[in-house]
Design a binder for this molecule. Structure first.
Ligand code: HEC
Length: 265
């Protein structure tokens, strides 16, 4: 039910009294006004004026406009909206940040490599800082093995007798030579997937190579089509099976070509 403001009721009572005292004929009209007031509050301003024209000295109280009444009845915005509104731009910003192309593929394989690295950290340090084995981090491992294939072959085979040179012969600071004090065991028993994972992990985390440039190898790791790498395998044999894989996988092929282009340009 619509509530009729008191002043309106009061005024219509007064008006009725006056009409009945003077012109009896207009009593009907006045009761019609009261009725319409009861059913439709929007006519309130009209009522406020109608009696005023005919009756002198009725001091009309300031009419409350229907839109004001409506505004007061309307549901208010809850208080907690204020902090919510305050943080909206921040959330928008955070969501914008997540819209980047997901690199979850690379992260998956490389993160898995971090698990495998637990078997290497006793000699190379948890962060690749070196120990019995050489330092790998700060880009060192990439200087020794500029290509993925020789890196894989090294981990599969481990080191030869002390004094044997290995890795890039043009290595900055001279080629690596197996030391007297430590030998690295071969890790062929890990299986091809774990070996590739730990190699990609080392190249990204220690070698500071960009994961994007290793995308084709990530796809290779995920393909389930890795060959078995046994002790004695050479980098050339690994490169051969990688090339074969690229021929069968357009996505990897494309990723690899992009890497070559970026390296060239
Ligand atoms: C028992 C100790 C030991 C463990 C465990 C070990 N390494 Fe090594 N690693 C060495 C030694 C020692 C060298 C240096 C080569 C040498 O002196 O023969 C080396 C060298 C390397 C190199 C070459 C670094 C360079 O720049 O010369 C890489 C890469 C490497 N290891 C990776 C690994 C990975 C991956 C694992 C784990 C799957 C691993 N290592 C586990 C001892 C170890």
């Amino acid at each position: 039910m619509v509530e009729i403001p008191d002043y309106l009721l009061e005024r219509s009572r007064e008006a009725r009294a006056r009409f009945q005292g003077g012109d009896g004929g207009s009593a009907e009209a006045s009761s019609a006004i009261v009725e319409s007031t009861a059913t439709n509050e929007e006519t309130a301003p009209a009522i406020a004026q109608a009696p005023e024209a005919e009756i002198e000295k009725v001091e009309p109280p300031k009419p409350v406009a229907p839109w004001v009444i409506a505004a007061k009845r309307r549901k208010k915005i809850p208080v907690w909206m204020a902090p919510v509104a305050l943080f909206l731009p921040i959330w928008a910003f955070m969501i914008w940040g997540t819209l980047e192309e997901p690199s979850s593929n690379e992260e998956g394989v490389i993160a898995a490599g971090g698990e495998v690295y637990n078997q290497c950290s006793s000699c190379h340090g948890a962060g690749g800082g070196g120990g019995v084995g050489y330092q790998l981090n700060e880009g060192e491992v990439l200087k020794t093995f500029p290509d993925v294939e020789s890196h894989i072959a090294w981990v599969v085979n481990g080191s030869s007798v002390a004094g044997t040179p290995y890795g890039d012969p043009d290595r900055e600071g001279g080629q690596r030579i197996s030391q007297e004090q430590g030998v690295m065991p071969g890790f062929s028993a890990l299986g091809s997937l774990q070996i590739l994972e730990v190699v990609l992990y080392e190249r990204v985390t220690h070698g500071l190579q960009s994961p994007e440039s290793l995308e084709a190898y990530v796809i290779w790791a995920e393909s389930g089509e890795l060959p078995i790498w046994e002790s004695g395998i050479s980098p050339q044999m690994i490169a051969g099976s990688f090339a074969e894989f690229l021929e069968t996988n357009a996505e990897a092929q494309e990723a690899y070509e992009e890497t070559i282009e970026q390296a060239a340009g």
